[in-house]
Every structure is written in structure tokens, then in C-alpha cells.
Design a protein around this ligand. Structure first.
Ligand code: UD1
Ligand code: UDP
Length: 380
């Protein structure tokens, strides 16, 4: 009999992690029925539908429609709705990815029903417990049964946190986000997004900002917006800034819309809607440098060999700094100015691809689940 496996997506960075798993499971449809559950944590077309299209994912089999809310409210709503799906579907396993509220909510729900949980992107730690994602990572990894890890630091962190007695359930497999990057690169090479915005390759800075520490406080958000405007003047480069809905809402809430209008009129500053995956990939691959506080973008720039300045003091993805193109920059104006100055005037940081970031992580995960996880005592 085929077993049912449910993979959970909720927020933007989840879609690119699950799409390759869905494709890889399709090759084993005689043994496994793989279905996607969308919690609805992100729901704008540009934060959700666009990715199903660009990543050629089927419609989710289950849509929970939880929407936005405070942490407790959002997490609780996912739990209530996901429990109904689990009770109806009786999955043999659920797969959660990353570190968003949907990740911990579904993990906790499944474990209370004694359903095995596999966590893809397990073990990452920023060691900053003020980040909501860090709490989600720690709690998810404490509860899950199988840990699929993208980089060695994740294995080390899990072993330090008590996984040594079940080290056989830790699998260093590479990065499904990079699988999606491989999948979409041919389409990104054909994208017309640069022409659409009259951009030339290697003449612009690409920026994304959405971490609460950068955008939830008016003075900090204002300082970062001002720096973006300044870059167009000081370095005569265009700045392309697809604005995350959290950031856009805060700009309005803090009365910074005036500044927003002002910076929009600064020559060369392109304030865009959140971009689809293929167009964003095209923008990343041709950028001179990327300024970001995103988790996934740190990894993708490393895979693409594009310089990345991460406007944070910590990263849960240290391999992007030790091997890749990523540099952490304190998110204050002078530190950002100095870092940009070095990127533009000094020789570029040399970089190599982290081990196993080869586009085949999903194949490794599905094979491991089918040949190892499904045959453990959980499933007997
Ligand atoms: C969430 C994740 C974060 C991840 C990010 C990816 C948590 C705790 N945070 O942050 O780890 O890096 O997604 O983008 O899970 N909103 C919309 N439309 C949408 C989605 C959100 O307008 O489709 C607005 C709402 O005002 C909402 C706010 O953005 O309150 C924040 O959304 P939420 O999902 O709570 O957190 P993110 O900041 O998106
Ligand atoms: N991304 C995108 N369009 C954008 C900004 C980001 O497609 O306008 C993609 C990016 O390439 C990466 C993912 O979204 O694959 C990262 O998501 P996000 O930065 O929202 O979340 P994080 O990784 O920080 O949790």
C-alpha cells in the first residue's frame, strides 16, 4: 500500500525547499503519495501563487488559510487546522522545512499525534534567541525524528544539543533551495526583468530587507532606507529593492511613506513589488552586489558566486561566510558604507560551493526517507 507523506509550506522561503522534494517523490509514486499542505501564512499572490507557477508545483492538496497574526495566534491557528488534516489523512510522515511559524506549529501538532516528523534544513543556529526563527529552529529540532542538514555546522549543533544518541537520524544531504536554483536557472537566463527596469548586468545593487530587527523599529528602518538612496548617489549604481510586505506595512505605519516617495524619486532607486522566483533569480545573478537580511538569499548568492553583504550581526548559515561570498555587516550606516566601499574597490572575496550543494539534495532526502526512515521501527 502507498504511504501518505505530507510536506508543509507556509511562507515564501518554504516553496523553493519543497518543490524539488515533490518532484523527487513523484518518481516513487508506487510507494509514496506525497501531498503539499499550504498553511496560508503567506497569501499575497506575489508571496505565494507566483512560486507555485515558477517552480511548477501543483496546487496544494490542503490549504489551511491561516493568514497573518501575532506569533501565538498564527502558530495556534496553524495547529488547529493542521491537526484536522493529520487526523483525516493519517500520514506516515510529515516533512517540515526551514524555521517559520508554520514549521514549528506543524511539528508540534504531528508529534502530539505520534506522527514521525522529518525536518529539512535542521540544525542551523544563529545563537540569537531574540530571533523568532531561532526559537522555531530549536523547538522543531528538539521534537523532530529525522534531521536533514544543509551544512556541517548543522550536524555539529544537533550533536551538541543532545542528538548524539540518535546520530543515525542526522543526514547531511545538501540544500534543496539550491536544487530549485538549478531547476530555475535556465528560465532565469531568459527572464526579461532587467530589460523591463532598464538595468544592465553588474551595474546595480539588489536589496531585500524583512528581519524584524531591521524593519520593525522606525529609526533603524529609516537609516537603512536612507542608505539605499545614498548608494545611488555615491556609487552611481542603481538600487533594486523588491519590498517585502512586512517592510512596506512598516514604512506606512511609521509615517515613512514621505521618505519613501522621496527616495523613489532618487535617480536609480527601483522600489518593486516582491518578485517572482525566476525574475528574482535573474536579478540576483546579474547584481554587482546583494544587500540582504534574508536567510535564503545568503545561500543563493553563494551558489551563484555573487557578493552578498548580510545586514545582520549573526548568521545561522556560517558556511556562506567561510566558503561562500557572504560577509556579515553590522546594520548601521557607517559599517554598510565601508563594506560597500570594499566590494566596489577591492578584489572580490574568493568563494567555493559548499559540499553537496549540487542540485541533488531532494533525491538524497527522498531516497533516505524511502530506504532508511520508512523502514525504522516507527513504521513497522
Ligand atoms: C516570515 C517568517 C520569517 C521569514 C519570512 C520570509 C516567521 C516567524 N517569520 O516573516 O522567518 O524569513 O516569513 O519572507 O514565521 N504580509 C502580507 N502578505 C503576506 C504575508 C505577510 O501583507 O502574504 C504582512 C502582514 O502584515 C503580516 C506581516 O507581513 O503581519 C508579517 O508576516 P509574517 O508571516 O507574520 O512574518 P514575515 O515577516 O513575513
Ligand atoms: N525571493 C523572491 N523574490 C523576492 C525576494 C526573495 O523570489 O522578491 C526568494 C529568494 O530568492 C529566496 C527566498 O525568496 O529563494 C527567500 O525568502 P525570504 O528572504 O522571504 O525568507 P528567508 O530566507 O529570510 O527566511
Amino acid at each position: 500500500m502507498t504511504k501518505s507523506i505530507l510536506s508543509v509550506v507556509g511562507a515564501r522561503p518554504n516553496f523553493m525547499k519543497v518543490a524539488p522534494l515533490h518532484r523527487a517523490f513523484a518518481a516513487h509514486s508506487d510507494r509514496v503519495r506525497h501531498s503539499i499542505v499550504h498553511t496560508g501564512q503567506h497569501y499575497d499572490a506575489a508571496m505565494s501563487d507566483a512560486f507555485f507557477r515558477d517552480l511548477q508545483m501543483p496546487e496544494p492538496a490542503f490549504f489551511l488559510g491561516v493568514g497573518s497574526g501575532g506569533h501565538a495566534e498564527q502558530t495556534a491557528r496553524v495547529m488547529v487546522e493542521f491537526e484536522k488534516v493529520c487526523l483525516a489523512e493519517q500520514p506516515a510522515m510529515i516533512i517540515v522545512v526551514g524555521d517559520v511559524n508554520s514549521t514549528i506549529a506543524c511539528t508540534l501538532t504531528a508529534k502530539k499525534l505520534d506522527i514521525p516528523v522529518a525536518h529539512v534544513e535542521a540544525g542551523l543556529r544563529s545563537f540569537d534567541r531574540t530571533m523568532p526563527e531561532e526559537l522555531n529552529r530549536i523547538a522543531t529540532d528538539a521534537l523532530c525524528d529525522f534531521a536533514f542538514v544543509t551544512e556541517q555546522s548543522g550536524v555539529d549543533n544537533l550533536l551538541r544539543e543532545g542528538w548524539s544518541s540518535r546520530a543515525d537520524n542526522i543526514f547531511l544531504v545538501g540544500n534543496t533551495m539550491i536544487d530549485s536554483l538549478h531547476f530555475a536557472l535556465p528560465a532565469a537566463r531568459e527572464s526579461s526583468v532587467l530589460a523591463q527596469h532598464r538595468l544592465k548586468p553588474s551595474t546595480y545593487v539588489l536589496a531585500t530587507l524583512h528581519r524584524p530587527s531591521n524593519v520593525d523599529e522606525p529609526t533603524q528602518l529609516r537609516a537603512l532606507l536612507e542608505i539605499l538612496a545614498e548608494v545611488t548617489q555615491t556609487y552611481h549604481r542603481d538600487v533594486v529593492f523588491p519590498v517585502h510586505p512586512r517592510t512596506r506595512k512598516n514604512i506606512e505605519r511609521f509615517g515613512l511613506a514621505g521618505l519613501f516617495d522621496l527616495v523613489t524619486s532618487a535617480k536609480g532607486l527601483h522600489l518593486l513589488e516582491p518578485q517572482g522566483y525566476i525574475d528574482f533569480l535573474a536579478l540576483m545573478m546579474h547584481a554587482d552586489v546583494v544587500l540582504t537580511d534574508s536567510g535564503g538569499v545568503q545561500e543563493e548568492t553563494t551558489a551563484l558566486g555573487v557578493p552578498c553583504l548580510t545586514l545582520r550581526t549573526t548568521t545561522e548559515r556560517p558556511v556562506t561566510c567561510t566558503l561562500g561570498t557572504n560577509v556579515l555587516v553590522r546594520p548601521v550606516p557607517n559599517a554598510i558604507r565601508n563594506a560597500l566601499q570594499s566590494v566596489f574597490t577591492e578584489s572580490r572575496k574568493s568563494a567555493t560551493l559548499p559540499p553537496l550543494w549540487d542540485g541533488k539534495a531532494a533525491e538524497r532526502i527522498t531516497t533516505t526517507i524511502l530506504n532508511t526512515c520508512l523502514s525504522t521501527s516507527f513504521f513497522s
